[in-house]
Design a protein around this ligand. Sequence first.
Ligand SMILES: NC(=O)c1ccc[n+]([C@@H]2O[C@H](COP(=O)([O-])OP(=O)(O)OC[C@H]3O[C@@H](n4cnc5c(N)ncnc54)[C@H](OP(=O)(O)O)[C@@H]3O)[C@@H](O)[C@H]2O)c1
Length: 181
Amino acid sequence: MDWMIRDGMLRSMLGETFPLVLGRECAGEIVETGTNVKLFRKGDLVVAITDIHKMGSFAEYAVAPEQTTYPKPINISFEEAAAIPIAGLTALRGLRDAGEISSGKKVLIIGASGGVGHLGVQIARIFSANITAVCKSSNADFVKSLGADAVIDYTKEDFTKARSAMTSSLTLFRSAPSRNA
Ligand SMILES: NC(=O)c1ccc[n+]([C@@H]2O[C@H](COP(=O)([O-])OP(=O)(O)OC[C@H]3O[C@@H](n4cnc5c(N)ncnc54)[C@H](OP(=O)(O)O)[C@@H]3O)[C@@H](O)[C@H]2O)c1
């Protein structure tokens, strides 16, 4: 999304004008809190999504609501943490909330090697689902290392045919291509 916005796309849904500081998610150290903030204090290391209607997380200092601020996991870098929130929530809500994923369910993850999909594979693995990943062969080892049971190369095989191999409890989690669309 960031590169699309940077390149002048999505203007109608964005409602913002250039020049614009991009970015909706970030990780860092809290330097100041609002008077009503209860969960965090100065010095806390956090990952956050800025206000959904206001970007600006690529700046050195960014403002985020308490409700979309979370403690940064200690075992990952700031860069890794900053990449997780929106893609991770998209994958989590798609699989867990919309898809009602559970142990043993068959999941087809289209775009499994992408920003959303690679997190979706890991989430589906945590839920002990049976995962078929769709991506290029060059990314097959990568998605298998994250937990995919099988991989379909979309350049060689029509992955929509794989639906017939799915059970009635199929959860189709779609992470559609963005740059190639
Ligand atoms: N990233 C986010 O935070 C976010 C949040 C909400 C919604 N979205 C939406 O989710 C979608 C995916 O975003 P993303 O950031 O994950 O994109 P991405 O990182 O560019 O990943 C695209 C994925 O699609 C695969 N792909 C490319 N062409 C394909 C084709 N013709 N058929 C099947 N798969 C194909 C790619 O596989 P190979 O690389 O192996 O070729 C890759 O796994 C976009 O529509 C985006 O707008 C993204």
